[in-house]
Design a protein around this ligand. Structure first.
Ligand SMILES: [Zn+2]
Length: 457
């Protein structure tokens, strides 16, 4: 018998979201094309992960896979157990932990290479090294706007897109049944500060060739209009850092550790204040070091000191207090109020550092509106208020597409079928509404739960 005849799988394309549909986090999708299987992302569910570990939002500690699975912190890949031996490759769209953070726990189930853009792979390597985890999977890089033949029948293409971390890509799988597009996460940012605008032409070409199905980032589908550019966030930051008199006081900025474009703006304005710039916190060190390692940007060459370890940080705070905190710009972890973050420790006087009235703290982030984030952040803000600290919140623009961006995306790519993802049920419904509003066939918008299979051809 030929291998085809012995294959236990029917011919065609089947999509199985393992996690990340009808919820925000633990992104992972399996795509079966005949008897070959491809995996997209392996992410953490951040709120469940933080609830479980109380860790700094971007830190990863050694935990058992089973315990994390039970806590809902990683995708439950038992739903694709029957496909394990057929997995040919694992693709990572970008380096956020809700897309790659479960790799150390889940990738070992598959005898397949992990393929991501150079920055994504560098971030993954840094995490693995820090946690002293060795993966048997081969790590391969593929540059944005490149293709690679994965098997005789399937080629992958990485399409450059803008998001809130460098070298994000939309992953297109070219198959004889049409293109399968994995479009999460993204925004359409025409002034991205770091890197180029989205590769619209590449997306249009995919549409011309024929997209069978697209998974689509729907986190902000209910937000009308277009998501403001990173250039807007930069101007808000400029105003908060340079538009008020903070010259005699502490200036502390906290943001997403992986938001390298934002860190670029922070350090550029920081240099204008003539303060010594310090990055403090493990996750900040991790992501900025990964960016330096692949020559994406150089913070240290431009006078930034990156501090990773506790004793290093402790010593530095003694120096700051001695020399005068007005001489420093402290870029720290803790924008969500995470109890073990640098900002929380500073407030709780774990270091030789005191906040005084009229010190400045800038939150270059928005609070992720889930528990425990909201209570953590509220507690931090109340403490700052008690100390008389002047603080600035929401100095931020999201890295996700808003409703009109998603409409643009659909017009450009014209997928035959769509699977809304990266969103809670009310937003999924809102996407279906948009799909119908555009006159697209209602039966082709598929609302799936994790583990629910969709057979397409
Ligand atoms: Zn992301």
């Amino acid at each position: 018998m030929t291998p085809q005849q012995t294959s236990p799988f029917p011919k065609g394309v089947e999509i199985i979201p393992v996690g990340g549909t009808g919820e925000v986090g633990r992104n992972m999708t399996a795509v079966r094309v005949d008897d070959e299987v491809f995996l997209f992302d392996m992410g953490l569910h951040m709120p469940n992960y933080i609830k479980y570990t109380e860790e700094d939002i971007s830190d990863l500690s050694k935990l058992s896979t089973e315990a994390l699975r039970k806590a809902g912190a990683i995708p439950d890949d038992n739903v694709i157990k029957h496909l394990r031996k057929n997995v040919k490759a694992i693709f990572l769209g970008h380096g956020h932990l809700d897309h790659i953070g479960a790799v150390p726990f889940v990738a070992q189930h598959y005898n397949a290479p992990i393929i991501g853009s150079p920055y994504t792979i560098q971030v993954l390597k840094t995490i693995l090294k820090d946690e002293k985890i060795q993966l048997k999977n081969r790590l391969e890089t593929l540059s944005p706007n490149s293709t690679r033949k994965i098997t005789k029948n399937v080629t992958v293409e990485f399409v450059h897109i803008t998001h809130s971390i460098p070298q994000s890509v939309l992953v297109a799988l070219h198959t004889k049944y049409g293109i399968i597009l994995y479009a999460t996460d993204f925004k359409f940012d025409n002034n991205p500060i770091l890197g180029k605008p989205p590769h619209y032409e590449g997306l249009k070409k995919l549409g011309d060739k024929g997209i069978l199905v697209s998974m689509i980032d729907c986190l902000y589908v209910t937000k009308p209009g277009k998501m403001p550019s990173e250039a807007v966030a930069r101007e808000m930051l400029r105003d908060a850092m340079l538009g008020v008199d903070n010259s005699k006081h502490a200036l502390v900025v906290t943001t997403f550790s992986s938001h390298i474009a934002r860190l670029k703006s922070i350090t550029e304005f920081g240099r204008q204040t003539k303060r010594k710039i310090l990055f403090m916190g493990r996750s900040l060190a991790k992501y900025s070091q990964a960016a330096e390692d692949i020559d994406l940007i150089h913070f240290t060459k431009h006078g930034v000191d990156i501090m990773k370890y506790g004793n290093q940080v402790k010593r530095k705070f003694r120096e700051i207090t001695k020399r005068g905190k007005e001489k420093f710009l402290l870029v720290v972890t803790g924008h969500q109020g995470e109890p073990k973050s640098m900002l929380a420790k500073m407030i709780n006087r774990k270091f030789d550092f005191r906040f005084d009235s009229d010190d400045h703290v800038i939150f270059s982030s928005s609070v992720i509106p889930v528990e425990p984030n909201m209570s953590y952040r509220k507690a931090i803000e109340q403490q700052l208020q008690r100390e008389g600290v002047r603080f600035y919140t929401d100095i931020h623009c999201s890295g996700h597409a808003a409703r009109e961006d998603i409409r643009e995306f659909l017009k450009l790519t014209r997928p035959r079928h769509a699977i809304p993802t990266h969103a809670e049920p009310n937003k999924v419904d809102s996407f279906v509404q948009l799909w119908n509003e555009m006159g697209l066939p209602p039966k082709n918008a598929h609302v799936l739960k994790p583990g629910q299979k969709l057979k397409l051809v």
